[in-house]
Ligand binder design. Structure first.
Ligand code: MOS
Length: 754
């Protein structure tokens, strides 16, 4: 494969990883112009003929019953077509209080008058206009029989999910933790808290549902397009093939668009009832409840360290918040499974049920919260051991996976530490806190954290069609929620065909295409990418057969030495002067096109043998105003090793995005509940704080070379989620280094410092 253009110095990330003639290049987003010019069609942009608008009324209490709804007033409002309540809601094919299929979340679809959290849909109004539906929903004026909200962690008894048969996250037990703690020279016993956080995608959830007999068409953002056809179909008793999902663009997903949620089902139901297309677009405040969130956690650590600074035991117990009706339990303790060598390891999860919407996967589920706490605890362990935090991490470097004992498929974490530390200037860090000030007299602190995320894969299929004119079509139902699938997958597909990306048409974002798997778990590029590449190489193999068996081809008889595909031509591997264009080969064979197919997925045998992760190291500098307590992150350097990098520009953007989320996790994001009503008091983007440009410092991402021959044929790992994981701890540790005070509750707030 040919090498590619050099990175212009300074302007682009310092990647040395290049592969293919398209992959490895820092191409800009192929959907970028469409998006910035308004040409990209998002779900709510669809207005089929005869479409109605739906708006739901939401509960303002957290627990109890709806005792009345003024349905007459709502119905009498001009333009109103229907009001759905538990009294007239048509039946569904499945019971919403069961788990009828994998990945299903029990949800609220007006099954009864019970209120289980504030913000729960309690009625759906359908009208000719959005304004009419909005006003009529207000006229419903619900009354309630309210019970006290259970919102406070401390007032509810935790339960052990394993003991009660609820799906628990995986746990780890290795060695004798109590013995390890007993023999330790130093101990860290610390409890950390992380808050409820909400996905807050730029594009709130939206759906346009259109029925044609028993066929259903949905315009809705979705991270798992083909799988979701079956999930939606199950609610209405129709087969997957009767459901079409169009999801060409998503304005962010972060996990919340990987699950089917109640408001979507209600909209489809209304469309069926009324025989007209119906649209529902959630308001920003409605994003705080029925569409998932990152559940709050409390995490208790017990760490033992011997006199040489080696861990003797690592014990991580997470207590996570879940809802009263669904069992998603944030798998935060999993963060301790795969990073630090220890003879004794224990990880467990408990849960408390509160009157809140069900939590769900949110960008780096488990690892984000778990790593925030783990990396803080490791910093505390380095302190008691009297060691520099990087030195401590190197002493406890895991050569094999601590939880499973398996070798890593590849692990360039040492290189991440070294390259990140060098770029940051870590060697100049004083061991003691409160040693550095900037020119304005602000306290300066430096901290670091290790980043880790599993190299997941799902299952994907793809097809490729080479046409007589030498161009090609590739297809897979991928999902681009902003991460760059339209570009990165297209690059990989073009390489599989040995064509320039400009000669390859890429179709995606539609359930009628081959199943592209899930855009989640940081595994989409690896999974769909391998499928697309394999589809291309399948075509090339067929093409090579034609040419090498054709007596009049310059490639005749080259079957044994092999041929190479590049720039739309096949070349004899041993003689680059003998070649033939794809178009000529097809023409001589009298074919209009050649089709190929490919699959992507984890080889079960290799997964059995090896532990597969992306790794990284994040270094942070903060300044703190000693009088005002104002915290500023002034520098962030992240070095990440994630196998082959398909597009250094987009990978860097993904890592920037993750690291910026890390700033938000460390310093800003928190859903604040009113303890009497249970309502979220900051369900808007003004008061639910996320980092803005002024909060984002100079950021530096280093893409560290890593060749992983085991993870999948192309050696691709994920970059979508890992950026959060090291960053939160790095910032918290920098705050300790600036102040000498350890904050164990996130977000760390200006109020904490006063
Ligand atoms: Mo992600 S939370 O796997 O979409």
């Amino acid at each position: 494969m040919s090498d590619t253009i050099e990175t212009p110095s300074g302007a682009m990330p310092a990647s040395r990883t290049r592969f293919g003639s398209n992959s490895g290049q820092p191409m800009t987003r192929r959907d970028g112009v469409l998006k910035v010019t308004g040409g990209a069609t998002f779900a709510a942009d669809n207005h089929p003929e005869g479409m109605l608008h739906a708006v739901y009324a939401a509960a303002t209490i957290s627990r109890g019953r709806v005792t009345s709804l003024n349905v007459d007033a709502a119905r009498a409002h001009p333009g109103v077509v229907e009001v759905l309540t538990p009294a007239n809601r048509p039946p569904l094919a499945i019971d919403p209080d069961t788990k009828p299929y994998p990945f299903a979340f029990r949800t609220e679809v007006l099954q009864d008058d019970t209120v289980r959290y504030a913000g729960q849909p309690i009625a759906l109004v359908v009208a000719e206009t959005l304004e009419s539906a909005t006003e009529a929903a207000r006229l419903l004026s619900p009354t309630y029989d309210a019970s006290p909200a259970r919102i406070d962690f401390d007032t509810v008894e935790p339960f052990d999910p394993q003991a009660v048969g609820v799906g628990s996250p995986p746990t780890a037990e290795k060695g004798d933790v109590e013995a390890g703690l007993a023999q330790a020279s130093h101990r860290v016993d610390a409890r950390y808290e992380t808050p409820g956080q909400y996905h807050n995608a730029m594009e709130p959830h939206a759906i346009v549902a259109t029925w044609d007999g028993d066929r259903l068409t949905l315009d809705t953002p979705n991270q798992a397009i083909v799988m979701s056809t079956g999930s939606f179909g199950a609610w209405f008793g129709i087969p997957a093939e009767n459901v079409t999902i169009r999801s060409p663009f998503l304005g962010g997903g972060f996990g919340s668009k990987a699950i089917i949620v109640g408001p979507q089902i209600l909209t489809i139901l209304a469309a069926k009832m009324l025989g007209r297309p119906v649209k529902l677009a959630l308001r920003r405040d409605q994003m705080y409840g029925p569409v998932g969130h990152r559940g709050a956690t409390r995490q208790e650590f017990r760490l033992g360290v011997d006199a040489d600074g080696h861990l003797t035991a690592l014990d991580h117990l997470t207590t996570a918040v879940t809802s009263t009706f669904e069992d998603f339990i944030e798998p935060a303790s999993n963060a301790s499974h795969d990073l630090y060598a220890t003879p004794a390891l224990s990880s467990r999860h408990k849960a408390v049920r509160l009157d809140i919407g069900t939590p769900g996967p949110m960008r780096a589920p488990g690892e984000a919260s778990g790593s925030a706490a783990l990396e803080s605890a490791i910093d505390e362990a380095a302190l008691v051991a009297g060691l520099d935090p990087l030195e401590f991490r190197l002493r406890n470097y895991a050569e094999t996976d601590p939880a499973s004992g398996k070798p890593f498929s590849a692990k360039a974490l040492r290189e991440c530490y070294a390259e990140g530390a060098e770029r940051f200037g870590w060697s100049k860090r004083p061991l003691e806190p409160r040693q550095m000030r900037d020119e304005a007299g602000r306290l300066v602190g430096w901290g670091m954290g290790t980043a880790l995320f599993p190299a997941s894969m799902f299952q994907a299929n793809a097809t490729a069609t080479l046409r007589a004119d030498g161009t090609a079509l590739v297809e897979t139902a991928g999902a681009d929620m902003g991460q760059g699938a339209w570009t990165a997958l297209h690059q990989i597909a073009a390489d599989g065909l040995g064509l320039d990306i400009g000669s390859v048409e890429f179709r995606s974002g539609h359930s009628g295409l081959p199943d592209g798997g899930i855009a989640g778990g940081s595994g989409h590029t690896a999974t769909a990418g391998n499928a697309l590449h394999a589809a291309g190489t399948d075509v090339i193999a067929k093409l090579a057969d034609l040419a090498t068996n054709d007596e009049n081809s310059p490639l005749f008889g080259a079957g044994n030495v092999g041929v190479e595909a590049r720039d739309g031509r096949l070349y004899r591997a041993d003689d680059p002067d003998r070649s033939q264009s794809y178009g000529e080969i097809l023409a001589r064979a009298g074919l209009a096109e050649i089709e190929g197919a490919g699959q992507g997925g984890r080889d079960p045998a290799s997964a059995e043998e090896r532990a597969m992760f992306s790794h990284g190291a994040v270094f942070a500098e903060v300044t703190i105003d000693p009088d005002l307590g104002q915290i500023r992150v002034t520098r962030l350097v992240g070095a990440f090793a994630a196998g082959r990098i398909v597009n250094p520009r987009l990978a860097t953007s993904q890592l920037y995005g993750g690291m910026i989320w890390g700033i938000g996790f460390a310093l800003h994001e928190e859903a604040v509940h009113d303890k009497r009503s249970g309502r979220i008091m900051n369900a808007n983007l003004a008061e639910y704080r996320v980092p803005v440009n002024a909060d984002v410092p100079a950021m530096d991402v280093i893409l560290v070379d890593e060749h992983d021959p085991h993870v999948n044929p192309l050696g691709i790992k994920g970059v979508g989620e890992i950026g959060i994981t090291g960053t939160v701890g790095a910032i918290a540790n920098a705050i300790w280094h600036a102040t000498g005070v350890r904050f164990r509750r996130f977000p760390i707030n200006i109020v904490d410092l006063l």
